[in-house]
Design a protein around this ligand. Structure first.
Ligand SMILES: Cc1cc2nc3c(=O)[nH]c(=O)nc-3n(C[C@H](O)[C@H](O)[C@H](O)COP(=O)(O)OP(=O)(O)OC[C@H]3O[C@@H](n4cnc5c(N)ncnc54)[C@H](O)[C@@H]3O)c2cc1C
Length: 272
């Protein structure tokens, strides 16, 4: 089903954007990893969010999420891999599925991990970011999963279920991917495995991987005061646009990005 706006990321920025898209009468789908995998979930206490002092990160996230649900936002659990523009729509791939909307709000937080040596070189040649999309290509073969969440463990189980022999690396600090024309071996924290494919399952992807060509500055998505990025119909909010990396700033930017996305959709409809 087509939506007016897709929000990528269900943290404070994305939830605030969703509430404010709904406040403008537009439909919104929030696509995100599970709430428990949000980095804020681990915060023992958040004391500087206005009006709600003393909550744990988990309580605050559940409160924000309930607000967005009440406002009528739709939710879908999953990891967005990339987005492409076709005519007036953005098509967003979630695992092996697709959703589309007129506008997108990118609110994926900070993608903390740097690329591993060999990762960019072998992407599509024995390096993949999605087990459920590419797993079948490596059926019954030895593969490695480099995982950082419970969702990654589920993807590894899927690979086992289709006959792959899986070496699982749990949150390694360092990895290197080595090969010839294709990836052949991965070494993580000194442990090596010979593989046909390495699945790198990080919870957050770099904005430039999801949106090729999006302008970044010092590693953060470049936005104007309307939270518009360099790509038409794509807005960004929260930690992904830079510091201070704090909940209040994320919620405030989410408001602006949500309103801007809703206005963009309304303007498109008027032009028709
Ligand atoms: C331990 C800890 C304690 C903190 N304490 C405080 C505090 O006391 N006060 C304060 O103001 N701030 C605090 N922060 C910072 C605060 O958590 C962030 O500033 C805030 O969560 C940013 O909101 P956001 O919505 O931009 O990003 P996030 O909250 O990071 O949300 C982004 C969400 O998008 C998901 N996502 C990313 N990429 C994709 C993708 N490709 N597909 C699907 N989903 C995706 C992520 O998994 C994540 O769930 C703390 C952070 C941590 C880690």
């Amino acid at each position: 089903m087509a939506h007016d706006v897709i929000v990528i990321g269900g943290g404070p920025a994305g939830l605030s954007a969703a509430v404010n898209v709904r406040a403008r009468g537009r439909s919104v789908l929030v696509v995100s990893n599970p709430l428990e995998e949000n980095p804020l979930w681990r915060a023992e206490k958040v004391d500087n969010y206005l009006g709600l002092p003393g909550m744990s990160g988990a309580e605050l996230l559940k409160t924000l999420r309930a607000h967005a649900e009440q406002a009528g936002a739709e939710f879908r659990e999953g990891r967005v891999l990339n987005a492409v523009a076709m005519e007036t729509d953005w098509f967003v791939s979630i695992g092996s599925d697709m959703e589309n909307a007129k506008a997108v709000v990118l609110a994926g937080g900070v993608a903390r991990a740097k690329k591993f040596p060999g990762e960019a070189e072998y992407l599509g040649k024995g390096v993949s970011y999605c087990a459920t999309c590419d797993g079948m290509l490596y059926r019954k073969k030895p593969v490695a999963v480099v995982g950082y969440s419970d969702s990654a463990k589920k993807e590894a189980e899927f690979l086992t279920s289709i006959g792959c022999t899986v070496t699982y690396f749990d949150r390694p600090k360092t990895c290197e991917i080595i090969g010839g024309a294709k990836a052949e071996r991965v070494v993580c924290d000194g442990q090596a495995a010979d593989v046909a494919c390495v699945f790198l399952l990080r919870p957050a992807l770099a904005p430039t991987d999801m949106f090729p060509g999006i302008e970044v500055e010092n590693g953060y998505v470049k936005v104007d005061r309307a939270m518009a990025t360099s790509l038409p119909g794509v807005f960004a909010a929260g930690d992904c646009t830079g510091g201070p990396l704090q909940v209040s700033k994320a919620a405030g930017e989410g408001l602006v990005a949500g309103q801007s996305a809703a206005k963009y959709v309304a303007d498109l409809a008027r032009k028709k």
